[in-house]
Design a protein around this ligand. Structure first.
Ligand SMILES: [Zn+2]
Length: 268
């Protein structure tokens, strides 16, 4: 049996152009935009309790943002993607609510290394291992504007490599336990290295879409994320997520920032 815990580690305040991919390129910064265009969306992380280990997908916000604002780029980072989190809303508290500590986690896999997914690393720094895709780590080294480095000196993030498996929108994936039960599926678009997670038992499965889709409307109206490195790939990845959503064997497709998704547990 596999148990999937869906946690919310605070929220993120963004311009609606981020979930809804509006054409105005300046809109994602929130500059010259009214307050009514702001949306507060949950920031999810996931614990997978698998017979062969406990895996965390993403780490959410660092709880230090309960007391301070991010200062990067003269406060622009805070304007684009503002953390909202309480002292007890971090991934460490979520694990503690299950009687777990960070050293009970066998591996943390970062779906991608954006601030809202990776800044919580500090809270689980004693996890046994940290990984992100080779592509994501390369981009995080290159783009100091997009990626806020919240891991250096705290955790060593190892690179995993996608294999050509024919699985997913670009036919690439990485099988965590080499048994098909937890597969990281390459869904490029929002970033080059991002993955969705397919968690299966028999024919039934759940998909963690991560930021391949932001909210319900993303699936219903085929809206790609507002921030992308490649719109065509983002559309292809979203299409694949939509196909999974329509499959009778698929229990749920969960978008990371969807306010319609509440904290819950799925047993497979
Ligand atoms: Zn995100």
């Amino acid at each position: 049996m596999i148990k999937l815990h869906i946690f919310h580690t605070g929220s993120v305040k963004v311009d609606q152009s981020i979930p809804l991919h509006e054409r105005n390129p300046l809109a994602v910064t929130g500059l010259f935009r009214g307050k009514e265009k702001k949306r507060v969306l949950p920031v999810s992380c996931y614990l997978i309790e698998h017979p062969r280990g406990r895996i965390l997908i993403d780490t959410g916000w660092d709880t230090k943002f309960a007391h301070e604002r991010p200062k990067e780029w003269f406060g622009m980072v805070d304007k684009i993607s503002a953390p909202i989190i309480g002292e007890r809303d971090g991934i460490d508290s979520k694990l503690a609510s299950l009687g777990l500590k960070d050293n009970d986690i066998d591996a943390v896999y970062l779906s991608h290394m954006d601030f809202d997914h990776a800044s919580g690393i500090r809270l689980v720094k004693n996890a046994k291992a940290f990984y992100a895709s080779k592509e994501e780590i390369a981009d995080a080294k290159k783009s100091k504007f997009r990626y806020v480095d919240t891991w250096s000196g705290i955790a060593e993030i190892g690179a995993f490599e996608y294999q050509e498996t024919g699985i997913g929108p670009v036919g690439k994936s990485y099988d965590v336990f080499a048994d098909g039960s937890v597969v990281l599926v390459s869904i490029p678009g929002h970033s080059h290295g991002i993955f969705a997670v397919k968690i299966s038992v028999g024919d039934k499965y759940v998909i963690l879409a991560n930021d391949g889709a932001y909210v319900q409307e993303s699936f219903e109206k085929k809206i790609i994320p507002g921030f992308t490195v490649d719109n065509d790939l983002a559309a292809k990845s979203l299409e694949w997520l939509c196909t999974c959503r329509e499959d009778g064997n698929c229990i749920e497709v969960l978008a990371n920032h969807d306010p319609g998704v509440k904290e819950h547990v799925v047993e497979l």
